[in-house]
Design a binder for this molecule. Structure first.
Ligand SMILES: Cc1ncc(COP(=O)(O)O)c(C=O)c1O
Length: 390
């Protein structure tokens, strides 16, 4: 049996059919089981910050595992504290909680907001205001914060107390936030929803309303954080400062990690309020620290800004492209013919892996180590594929 057949037999059917079996990766390149090489412009969906197989996080993980692997959060371990210190200083926030995925980090953020609301306004102050088009994960709370309505129906009832407003609609935001609001949860650039940049004016208003109503402003930077959008955090491209930030994906360049960073809250978690067995385990924390070190040492944030700008301008000039949106190396290419799935297949057949983030748009979120030469290969492939589709 092929690997694909074995997978179809042995694994649950929660994912759509997968077109490739990938066996090896190196930098921005992947190889399938037939030996075909692909330029990877997806990076495990914005995860492999340093490219596949980068030696720094692997060496840090191995070295730390050999010294101390796992003891749980019953004890202090130094790597998690060092990572918290580093992230606090990069974000301007003050305290960290570590977990294992984006959804789990969002659950922590929702609980933090409710903890704060309960303390400051009683049980009635529990609502989360989220955006239409949002994606925050698949666990029940994160799913309820997510906008994709049809995905929720088979799993109802979901937790109560979540409202959604159209992105960038300031009047709707004003109407939704009030004394009952515990938190406002926003992706500064919506990723899964189609790569939509939220207006700075909308974020400023969210900050003002949270201050007025003593609610927490929570930014989900699971997809946008750790340099991808041309700053350590996408919110740093604006003047707005959140009360808490959610991270995961790119933080340890491929190793599973989630994080919630917040300012020091008198109304924050107390012992026993929240936890997870694996969060902040020494090897994963060491891999995250190594990732941050390389992002800084190799100016990958500058690279993301430069290569992203080049891709953006060049792709926007190709016949068949209606427009390019996003920031840094999180981009969506809107197609004139509106067939993103067909274009993604054609690009893969030319050796370039992309992701159809909506019916009409292709998402690019490559490793931050992508070079201008590799970007040129991608642009050339888009040109050829869109020309062939006429
Ligand atoms: C903005 C955002 N939040 C949360 C998540 C969920 O992360 P995970 O799949 O690690 O649970 C994602 C995943 O795509 C995401 O893009």
């Amino acid at each position: 049996m092929s690997i694909a057949d074995r997978g179809t037999e042995a694994m649950m059917t929660n994912y759509p059919p997968r077109p490739l079996t990938i066996v090896r990766g190196d930098g921005c390149w992947l190889w399938d089981d037939a030996g075909t090489r692909y330029l990877d412009l997806v990076a495990g969906i914005a995860v492999v910050t340093l490219g596949h197989g980068h030696p720094a996080p692997i060496a840090a993980l191995a070295a730390q595992s050999a010294v101390l692997d796992h003891v749980s959060n019953l004890y202090w371990t130094e790597p998690a504290i060092a990572l918290a210190e580093r992230l606090n200083s990069l974000s301007g926030l003050e305290q960290a909680f570590f977990c294992n995925s984006g959804a789990e980090a969002n659950e922590a953020a929702i609980k933090l907001a409710r903890r704060h609301g309960n303390e400051t306004g009683g049980a009635a102050k529990h609502e989360l205001v989220c955006l239409e088009g949002a994606f925050h994960g698949r666990t029940l709370g994160a799913l309820q914060a997510t906008w994709a309505q049809p995905k929720k129906i088979p799993f109802e009832p979901l937790p109560a107390g979540f409202r959604h407003v159209p992105r960038n609609d300031i009047a709707a935001l004003r109407a939704a936030v009030g004394p009952q609001t515990a938190g406002v949860l926003i992706e500064p650039i919506q990723g899964e929803g189609g790569v939509h940049v939220i207006d700075e004016a909308f974020l400023i208003e969210a900050r003002t309303l949270c201050d007025q109503h003593d609610a927490l402003l929570l930014f989900d930077e699971v997809q946008t954080g750790i340099g991808r959008c041309g700053a350590w955090f996408a919110f740093q491209r604006t003047t707005v400062r959140p009360d808490a930030v959610v991270l995961a994906k790119g933080l340890a360049s491929g190793m599973p990690i989630g994080a919630l960073l917040s300012r020091r809250l008198a109304t924050g978690f107390r012992p026993g309020d929240h936890g997870t067995t694996f969060g902040g385990s020494p090897p994963i924390a060491a891999a995250a620290l190594a990732t941050i070190e390389v992002v800084e040492r190799d100016d990958l944030i500058g690279n993301a800004a430069r290569v992203g700008e080049h891709l953006s301008v060049a792709l926007a000039g190709i016949d068949g492209v209606a427009g390019v949106r996003g920031a840094g190396l999180l981009l969506a290419v809107e197609l004139v013919d509106g067939d993103a799935a067909g274009a993604a297949t054609a690009l893969r057949e030319r050796g370039v892996i992309v992701n159809a983030v909506s019916d009409t748009a292709i998402r690019l979120c490559p490793p931050l180590v992508i070079t201008m030469e590799q970007a040129e290969l991608a642009i050339e492939a888009f040109r050829a594929v869109l020309a062939a589709r006429g």
